[in-house]
Design a protein around this ligand. Structure first.
Ligand SMILES: [Zn+2]
Length: 195
């Protein structure tokens, strides 16, 4: 129905998180019904973001400036680095406004099952950051899964020699839950109760 352009568009939307064929068709239909007010602005915003947004060379956050807005914010506490699995976790912590320091995005967790080793994650850069700056605390804000715990243990061992204080978010993080699905209050409690 509707030709290859239409079908291609529906298939792209259908692969996005939380969407399927039915919602993809509804979105595409809505866009096509208002090309000037919805479809063209969306196309422009996508092109702009694809061109401008990059991974921060220091922390791994996504931003249109490098180093990112957080890394260059002089009001933030540069002695505390909060380690997270993904940018979604960083965004969740920022929304909850509980962390005034910097971040480090690993890009996943160690996983024997999927064959993800230390070299596949942004770990070397973290060790360099901790060794080469005034960092006094590293908060490991990893999800409470087996892989998250394995990764936290690995990082704690690798960071031990640096002498920094290593803490972990504790209470309120559900087993198997990723940080970005937690509500802000639970997230705040988890971070403040780190040990
Ligand atoms: Zn950054």
């Amino acid at each position: 129905m509707g030709g290859p352009e239409l079908e291609a568009l529906i298939q792209i939307f259908a692969k996005l998180p939380g969407l399927g064929q039915r919602s993809a068709r509804r979105i595409v239909l809505r866009l096509l019904q208002s090309p000037d007010t919805r479809m063209v602005p969306l196309a422009r915003a996508l092109a702009d973001a694809a061109r401008a947004v990059r991974s921060c060379g220091d922390c791994g956050n996504l931003d249109s400036q490098n180093p990112c807005t957080i890394c260059t914010d002089t009001n933030r506490d540069r002695s505390i680095i909060c380690v997270v699995e993904g940018v979604g976790d960083l965004w969740a912590l920022e929304r909850a406004r509980v962390h005034g320091g910097l971040y480090h995005v690993l890009g996943g967790t160690l996983s024997a099952l999927s064959g993800t080793g230390p070299d596949d994650l942004n770990i070397g850069a973290l060790l360099d950051r901790v060794a080469g700056s005034q960092v006094s605390e590293v908060i490991l804000a990893l999800s409470a899964t087996v892989d998250g715990a394995t990764t936290a243990h690995f990082l704690a061992e690798r960071l031990a020699a640096s002498g920094v204080r290593i803490t972990r978010v504790a209470q309120g993080v559900p087993i198997g839950g990723a940080l970005d699905v937690l509500d802000d209050g639970t997230l705040a409690t988890a971070l403040l109760a780190r040990r």
